[in-house]
Ligand binder design. Structure first.
Ligand SMILES: [Zn+2]
Length: 448
């Protein structure tokens, strides 16, 4: 959404054309220079920004690397266990099951039974155990014997599946999973909190705008420039929670839970204090302000600032701090995962960069100061690039290893079940009942 807007603005400037630009050049340059010096007197320059995070932050931040290292360790142990179970069961056994499945598939494909026979079979199955051996309806013996085999196949596959599920349930008691469970609980709490409005805690903590200003000044140990406005406003664009305007020196956030609004405001203030875009905008080539590299770096600055704010908040207000810390962790995790999955939208990549910088410096304040004052668009400390690549490898490992082996068995189980449903009258009936129950449940849920 923000991207769309920026493209619009660029097109308008480009719309002037070369002749128009040349005519306007004198006046434009003077106006531009004035704005530039006004801006720099408030915010400093890229080389010497007025605002850095000068406070110390006590708590060590949790990063995507912590999370994905735990996840890939778990994926590894899951894969090892699946491998063990597969070995115990015997890979050759699985091969046999698959082969038998194929034979049976072709048998049932070539031996269709009539409706009359199916009815007989249906009745017959009403007392399956007693009548399986004797008293089978005429001409159905072989068919029934095959069905019996199919039952056994189904059972074999089912047992294997249950064993794997059981082992994995044991696995969920491991330390790693406990950590993830704890984080998930914190996150659920945050989600619930998002349903509330910032005003509900204003009596307790004061107006959220004032809190944002106070936290910014505590972090940078400098007052915000005169005239900077911080507001709560509805934002029409979907998926945009906050906006910063560096020319007006204004930030706004949509209303939500107090801690969330506070963090959005800190994020937007992070946009204002980083001078990447401004420097490009006030340069000889103002078009570069909209380039992907500049946008990406400024966004990474804003995220690093937000992470630093969440951890700083822990020191003075544990309640809001914990909520903010959990929320920023969730945000980092989701965006990094989406980025590694191949999502090219720039907020995801910016988050992966900010998080990697926090990992390298072990401190969000240092990460912000580096990104805002030392990094240049398109050029990052190679240690940051290396962390991103390491995270990517671990992410790929966790998503790949966590599923290998199990997928093969699940597919086999599904194939056998499909065949069972196809030829087994009871199977069909069971499936119909199951589908009906599902439908009924869905209907019921819709009504509530
Ligand atoms: Zn942003």
């Amino acid at each position: 959404m923000e991207k769309k807007k920026r493209k619009h603005r660029l097109r308008n400037i480009a719309g002037l054309g070369f002749a128009g630009m040349a005519l306007l050049l004198g006046g434009l340059t003077a106006g531009h220079l004035h704005k530039k010096s006004m801006h720099q007197s408030k915010w400093g320059t890229l080389e010497n920004p007025r605002y850095k995070i000068t406070c110390s932050i006590k708590e060590e931040p949790a990063t995507f690397q912590d999370y994905i290292t735990a996840e890939s360790a778990e994926a590894k142990s899951k894969a090892e266990q699946t491998g063990q179970i597969l070995n115990n069961f015997g890979k050759s056994n699985i091969k046999k099951i698959k082969q038998r499945h194929q034979e049976l598939s072709s048998y049932f494909a070539n031996h269709q039974i009539s409706d009359e026979q199916r009815k007989q079979l249906d009745n017959y199955y009403s007392d399956i155990t007693a009548q399986l051996i004797e008293g089978a309806p005429e001409g159905l013996e072989e068919y029934i014997a095959r069905l019996g085999q199919l039952e056994r196949l189904k059972e074999a596959s089912y047992l294997l599946n249950s064993e794997i599920d059981l082992r994995q349930m044991e696995q969920t008691c491991s330390e790693t999973t406990e950590t993830i469970d704890r984080i998930t609980k914190e996150v659920k709490f945050v989600m619930l909190m998002q349903l509330s409005r910032s005003s509900s805690l204003a009596d307790k903590y004061g107006d959220v705008q004032d809190y944002a200003r106070k936290l910014f000044e505590e972090m940078t140990e400098k007052p915000l420039p005169e005239g900077v406005t911080i507001n709560i406003e509805e934002i029409a664009e979907k998926e945009v929670a906050g906006l910063a305007n560096f020319l007006q020196g204004s930030v706004k956030s949509e209303d939500a839970h107090y801690a969330r609004v506070l963090m959005v405001m800190m994020h937007e203030l992070g946009h204002l204090s980083a001078q990447q875009r401004e420097t490009a905008y006030f340069s000889l080539n103002p078009f570069s302000a909209g380039s992907r590299e500049v946008t990406l770096l400024e966004e990474a600055c804003a995220y690093a600032f937000e992470i630093a704010a969440a951890y700083k908040l822990m020191e003075s207000n544990e309640e809001l701090g914990k909520t903010s810390r959990a929320a920023i962790f969730l945000y980092t995790r989701d965006f990094a995962q989406e980025y590694f999955k191949g999502e090219s939208e720039y907020h995801r990549e910016a988050m992966a960069i900010a998080d990697a910088a926090v990992t390298v410096f072990g401190d969000a304040a240092k990460a912000y100061n580096y990104l805002a004052a030392e990094a240049r668009p398109g050029e990052l400390d190679p240690r940051i690039t290396a962390v991103i690549e390491e995270n990517r490898r671990k992410y790929e490992f966790a998503t790949r290893e966590g599923h290998s082996g199990i997928e093969e068995i699940k597919q086999m189980d599904k194939d056998i079940f499909d065949l069972y449903v196809q030829v087994h009258p009871k199977g069909k009936e069971e499936q119909r009942m199951h589908e009906e129950a599902l439908k009924a449940a869905e209907e019921e849920m819709k009504q509530h």
